[in-house]
Design a protein around this ligand. Structure first.
Ligand code: FDA
Length: 387
């Protein structure tokens, strides 16, 4: 029997496994129900073109956390890729997030920062100080009706399959507008993509003599030797699967949104000239199109073929991959009851996106796993290098 069982080989589970194995000499059994490691960050080459496709949607690495940056650089080098996003609205392409370029293109104007700021302030005053009653009013209140209706309303409606008038104002607390021409998507100190791909990075993290990986292994399959029934109470468990599933949905289901990915190989060298194109209008059923070749312009990809993926957003059922927590008031109440149940599970540590029911970027999943090792797990396994 291993010293610990880690359930889920996403960035959270991998980081915990790697740290326990390398710093504390702990023998780790890392299980995942999928046929590959790495959770949602996994990628693989599309067979016909060799273009690296991120299986669960585009993953851009970015962080301002020095400790995380130092840690991830032990396993991979990064390219100098800088992410930029564009959006198509009524047959015209605009830069995102909304910036001075977007504003001047949209209003056919040449405002400087102060004039643009004054315009948006005036347009955002439409509600006259009234408290926004729903997401639609909140959008108007934050950036004014013209920009909200062009760039946010239709996109939000598609993401949530719900009219923004029927969504709570709390879904968006801010809509950043930049009064410069800066259209870098992320503001972090460090940004880039793993030079030889995510799969290589993830595999290196698990490559340690103290880590055994078992794929296609569901924690809730009582017939397998590292199931919940077999290990809880025997060895410490780090659980990064869904928290409601762990407790057999006893307090009800937590709600998630999922994405359907529709992948195609097209007989052109370049389809859209950029990696991510959003579609803001409600009459286009997908929310965005990804074109993976643009994530690695330094690579020698075929010049006559490209891979594109259309994303369709919808509510998840229990059988779907859960991607984004919906986080309604009912979800928050259920989560609070699940948290009470968690405290009763001795030597089971809940972590990661699914285990804590919160959206985490990769650097946040890695950072919180490092903290869990320091604060909760290290005290159980003694001094570093002592085993
Ligand atoms: P993750 O979901 O990766 O891993 C959990 C693992 O547990 C999975 O492998 C699953 O199979 C396994 N598991 C679950 N139940 C199990 C069971 N019963 N038995 C065994 N195994 C089980 N971040 C970022 O920094 N930049 C980006 O651009 C993006 N983009 C992005 C796009 C989309 C569409 C999504 C959904 C997410 C992102 N992310 C992102 C977030 C990123 O994917 C996230 O930070 C990591 O997935 C978090 O890692 P975790 O280990 O917490 O979960």
């Amino acid at each position: 029997m291993a010293d610990v069982v880690v359930v889920g080989s996403g960035f959270f589970g991998l980081t915990v496994a790697e740290q326990l194995a390398s710093r504390y000499g702990v023998k780790v059994m890392l299980i995942d129900r999928r046929p590959h490691i790495g959770g949602n960050a996994y990628s693989e080459p599309e067979p016909e073109t060799g273009i690296e496709v991120h299986t669960y949607g585009t993953h851009l690495f970015h962080t301002s956390n020095e400790r995380v940056w130092e840690y991830v650089n032990r396993f991979t080098a990064f390219t100098n890729y800088v992410h930029r996003v564009y959006t198509t609205h009524q047959g015209e392409v605009f830069p995102m997030p909304i910036n001075l370029g977007t504003i001047n293109q949209f209003f056919r104007s040449a405002y400087g920062p102060e004039a643009a700021r004054a315009l948006i302030k005036e347009q955002a005053a439409e509600l006259g100080g009234k408290e926004p009653a729903n997401l639609d009013e909140q959008g108007v209140n934050l950036i004014g009706r013209p920009l909200y209706e062009a760039f946010i309303k239709g996109y939000t409606q598609k993401q949530w399959q719900t009219d923004p008038k029927d969504l709570p104002a709390s879904v968006i607390s801010r809509l950043p507008v930049r009064y410069t021409y800066d259209n870098r998507y992320f503001n972090d100190t460090y940004e880039g993509l793993p030079v030889d791909g995510y799969a290589a990075w993830l595999t290196r993290m698990a490559d340690h003599k103290n880590i055994e990986v078992r794929l296609d292994t569901d924690f809730f399959d009582a017939s397998q030797p590292f199931s919940k029934a077999a290990v809880v109470g025997q060895v410490p468990v780090i659980y990064t699967g869904a928290v409601d599933r762990y407790f057999d949905y006893s307090e009800g289901d937590l709600s998630w949104r999922t994405i359907d990915f529709e992948q195609e190989v097209l007989p052109v060298g370049d389809f859209q000239g950029t990696s991510v194109m959003n579609y803001a209008d409600p009459d286009i059923p997908y929310t965005r199109i990804l074109e993976f070749r643009h994530l690695h312009p330094e690579r020698d990809y075929p010049k006559d073929k490209t891979v594109v993926v259309k994303e369709y957003s919808r509510f998840a059922t229990r059988d779907d991959e859960p991607y984004y927590p919906v986080n309604t008031a009912a979800d928050r109440e259920r989560l609070a009851t699940y948290r009470d149940l968690m405290t009763g599970e001795k030597d089971v540590f809940f972590g990661g996106r699914l285990g804590t029911y919160q959206y985490l970027d990769m650097h946040m999943a890695i950072g919180s796993a490092l903290s869990m090792v320091d604060n909760k797990l290290a005290p159980m396994f003694g001094a570093e290098g002592s085993r």
